[in-house]
Design a binder for this molecule. Sequence first.
Ligand SMILES: [Zn+2]
Length: 326
Amino acid sequence: MTGEIKKEINAVTDSTTAKVTDKELELINAYSRRKLTKDEVYVFGVVLCDNDIDRDNERFTVESLFELEKLFVGKTGIFDHSPTAKNQTARIFACSVESVDGRKTATGDDYFRLTARAYIPKTKGNDEIIQAIDSGILKEVSIGCAAGEVKCSVCGESLNHCSHIKGETYGGRKCYGELCGIYDAYEWSFVAVPAQRSAGVIKSFKGKEMKMEEILKSIYTEKDINLSGEECKKLCSYIDELKKSAADGVYYRDSLTSEVLRLSAVVQPDISRETMESVAKSMSVVQLKEFKNAFEKRADSILPSVPQLYKQKNNITAESNGNFKI
Ligand SMILES: [Zn+2]
C-alpha cells in the first residue's frame, strides 16, 4: 500500500478496574487453552489512544479509533524488559471506543478514546509483573499500528502530496495530520524504563524507512524530531550528494562565465572585463547560457570559429609537410 505509515504510540495501563466480570471471563476463556476461573486471571485496562491532536500534530479520526477497536482485540503484549519474562504475555480481550463526558479535543470536537482490557494468567512466574502493573510501576505500554494515509486537515489531500505543513496555520486553521485507513495493529509491549521516557504520546516511523522528503519536512516543521541512526545516515548521504552536485554546479558556472567573458571581449570590446565580470556575477546560469549563445553567433560573424581556424591551420601544415615530402 502506498503511503504506509507504522505508528508506535505510548499507551498507559489502568489498574483501577482490576475486577473481572462474568462477561469478561467468558471473553478471556475464548483465548485460553483451559477454562480459567476469576481467581486465575489478572485483568487491567489500557488507554490506547484518542482523537486529540498529539505532539506530532497528528490525530486519529473517530473512524480510525473504531477500526483500531476491532484490530487490537486478541493482540498479545510482551514484557521484553526482562530476559526471564520471555514467555510471559498479556492479551487484549476487549476494546471499546468511549466518549468522555463534556471533554472536547483541541479542535473543539467531542473527545473519544480507545480503551482496552487485557489479562495475564496469575501464575507464579507472573507475580512480579502483576505487582508492577498493580502498583503503577509498569504503566507505559508501547503499541503500534499501520495507517494507510495521513490526510491534511486543511485540504483533505494526503499530506505527502499537498503543500500544507503540519503545525502551520492557514487562514486561521491549524494544519494537522489525520490518520486514516488503519489496516493493522501490532503486538504491544511494556516500555522498558518508563521513567526515562518523556511523558505523552511518542510515535516513530519504526519499521518503515522514512522518505527523504518526509525527513526534510520533519526538520522544517517539527520543533524537536527524532531520527533513527538509519535516517541520519540517509540524511548525511543526501547532503553529500548535494555537495557533489553543488561542486558540479560551481564548476559549470565558472566555465560558463569565462566563456562569456572571452566572447564578450570579441563581440563588445568596448565593455571592460571588470564590468562584464560583475554583470556575470549577478546572472543566473540560464542567463549566462543565453548570453554565451548570443555572443557565439555574433563572434562567428566577426571571426571564424576556433575549430575552423584550427582545422585550416592543420590543413596548411599537412599540405606544407606534404610539399616538403615530395
Ligand atoms: Zn493540505
